[in-house]
Design a protein around this ligand. Structure first.
Ligand code: ABN
Length: 178
């Protein structure tokens, strides 16, 4: 009988140890930390960054489709603003003294070199008065301003330290179609 008592007591203690609140929380914590390390960064953080992917082939810079200052530049199919390449920056970098907006307008443009569609992020550069050079307004896929989430006629600097708009970059985020 003593042996049975000891066995029952041991099993009960073991069960209590395994199901104790602290032990369950400790295991949950380990799971969360381990799991979080294996999850890639959320797209929100990456949305504001110019792509680190190799840029697709560019048309010759002697043609308007390959000239980042021209409105005909292939990445500008959905732009509404001043291309930063005309304002002391480039198609992927803001001019010195300005800050890249975290929120962006997304367009899909066809690259004439490989006839593929690419997702283009039109981030505004903020913190200096309007660049005023070579305005472009191509608007492919744009909707009227009363649908702000689908309109490119929006000052995306509203999400930045300064809401003063200067110019717009056009970074390739990735391929839109195979
Ligand atoms: N996203 C370019 C822009 C800035 C200010 C006002 C309209 C459009």
């Amino acid at each position: 009988m003593k042996m049975l008592d000891r066995w029952i007591e041991g099993s009960a203690r073991d069960l209590a140890r395994r199901t104790a609140r602290r032990s369950v929380l400790a295991r949950l914590g380990t799971l969360l930390i381990g799991g979080a390390a294996s999850i890639p960064l959320l797209p929100v953080a990456r949305g504001a960054e110019p792509s680190r992917l190799p840029a697709p082939g560019e048309p010759s810079s002697d043609t308007p489709q390959g000239n980042p200052s021209a409105c005909e530049y292939w990445r500008h199919c959905a732009i509404d603003g001043f291309p930063c390449a005309s304002c002391g920056g480039s198609q992927t970098h803001c001019p010195p003294g300005t800050e890249l907006s975290a929120a962006t307008w997304i367009g899909i443009c066809r690259n004439p070199t490989d006839s593929r569609d690419y997702i283009i992020s039109y981030n505004d550069c903020c913190g200096k008065s309007s660049c005023g050079r070579d305005p472009c307004n191509r608007n492919e896929g744009d909707s009227p301003i009363y649908m702000p989430a689908r309109s490119n006629d929006v000052n995306w600097c509203m999400s930045s330290k300064s809401n003063v708009y200067h110019c717009t970059i056009s970074a390739v985020l990735g391929q839109a179609s195979e």
